[in-house]
Design a protein around this ligand. Structure first.
Ligand SMILES: [Zn+2]
Length: 420
């Protein structure tokens, strides 16, 4: 029985979004929630039934499987990756996907909560979807297209290839990861075991986007220390670290260098958590910039402000800890230009206009690039992620599946471009 490319992607997607796979911040376990593994086990069964080799889930919740090569000549092993979890920001339980067939351009009022309205004026991409099928949640939860769309598209592309053995391809590896939304999606990812030379995450937004650049990111903890005394007898002795920390936060620039005052190529420093008491107060930051040197400059600026703050509070002091989170993946991808070029070719083959894109954030691919697995990010078609107004079009999901199949073809037909 011949199947069309993307023919069963919607059916898969609708099944997957009904599984609650929400990850959790500050969990002591990996993955952060057990339900992600339950979903992973279901995927493994599905992949086995489909005939993929080595379909398995490990203790960390990583699902991996292989579509063996059907040609003899050596071509690079290519991987496709999507994340299974959904954002802790909104419930992913009892998701009730709604299909709006033949979209006519109107605002879409979601049936479970009529204050949730998907407005065309606020969603320019919707104007390009007249006549398409739009899938939303019912307005009470997120939809989970981020990134169940990527999961469904990768599996559906493998299903298509299994059913079209005449399409020549090298070895294809697929992986589904937990905990992307809490920033630890590839913490235990075994690049060696995965065995791909190059990979693609399917977690981008607008069709045609080929994202090859992320922020470089660090986290910074500034801990101020004071001296505690009985308040009744504290004159000249007590040093309140809460006040030192407040003075420090007040010194942050008000007209720039923050998420709320920057866009495009500008980076920022962002205090997101402050906790403590008289003796000790810790301010936690995320630091972002596209340029590693600028990132370091921002950290030095912060350190300077902390020094200024303690100068006004004798007997206070501070510690300044920097931890690397991820680096702009462009540096690694530029060493392997064929990875992005082939993605652009695959997008063109699907009749779409490829666009190189820059993410004001990170991806699991950025971390994988640091682990010597060059991994740009491709569109899965998801929009308004982490929102009750999340949506995706059926046509885009089919196109994304086609892009994956095209990529597999493109890598198999250009053996002269074999990497290392
Ligand atoms: Zn995502």
């Amino acid at each position: 029985m011949a199947v069309e490319v993307g023919e069963t992607v919607v059916e898969r997607f609708l099944r997957y979004v009904k599984c609650d796979t929400q990850s959790a911040e500050n969990s002591k376990t990996y993955p952060s929630t057990e339900k992600q593994k339950e979903f992973g086990r279901r995927l493994v069964e599905e992949l086995r039934e489909m005939g993929l080799e080595g379909a398995s889930i490990d203790d960390y919740g990583y699902v991996m499987a292989t579509l063996p090569a059907n040609i003899r000549r050596a071509v690079p092993v290519i991987g496709f990756i999507a994340h299974m979890d959904t954002s802790p920001a909104l419930s992913g339980k009892d998701v009730k996907p709604v299909i709006h067939e033949n979209y006519g351009g109107e605002d879409i009022v979601l049936p479970g909560d009529n204050t949730q309205i998907l407005r065309r004026s606020e969603n320019p991409e919707l104007s390009k979807k007249i006549g398409a099928g739009i899938i939303t949640g019912d307005g009470t939860t997120l939809l989970g297209a981020d990134d169940k769309a990527g999961v469904a598209e990768i599996i559906d592309a493998m299903h298509y290839l299994v059913n079209h053995p005449k399409i020549q391809h090298g070895t294809i590896k697929i992986a589904f990861t937990p905990d992307e939304e809490v920033g630890t999606g590839v913490e235990h990812f075994d690049v060696q075991k995965f065995g791909a030379q190059y990979a693609y995450t399917m977690d981008g937004e607008t069709m045609g986007d080929v994202e090859n650049e992320t922020f470089s990111a660090d986290s910074v903890r500034v801990t101020f220390r004071g001296i505690s005394f009985h308040p009744g007898y504290a004159k000249g002795r007590l040093v309140n670290s809460i006040k030192v920390a407040s003075a420090f936060v007040n010194k942050l620039p008000s007209d720039g260098m923050s998420p709320e005052t920057t866009e495009e190529l500008e980076g920022y420093v962002h205090p997101y958590l402050i906790e403590g008491g008289v003796e000790s107060t810790c301010v936690q930051f995320i630091i972002r910039d596209y340029d590693d040197n600028e990132l370091k400059k921002k950290e030095e600026t912060l350190r300077g402000l902390a020094e200024e703050a303690v100068r006004n509070y004798p007997n206070s002091n501070f510690t300044f800890e920097v931890e690397e989170t991820y680096r702009n993946m462009k540096r690694v991808l530029d060493k392997h230009p064929q990875v992005v070029e082939k993605a652009m070719d695959a997008v063109r083959m699907a009749g779409l206009q490829p666009r190189l894109g820059r993410i004001r954030g990170g991806t699991d691919g950025a971390r994988l690039c640091s682990m010597e697995l060059p991994t740009p990010n491709l569109a899965s078609g998801q929009h308004n992620f982490h929102s009750k107004l999340e949506w995706i079009s059926i046509q885009d999901m089919k196109k994304a599946t086609e892009v994956i199949v095209n990529l597999v073809k493109v890598w198999a037909t250009n053996p002269e471009l074999i990497g290392k």
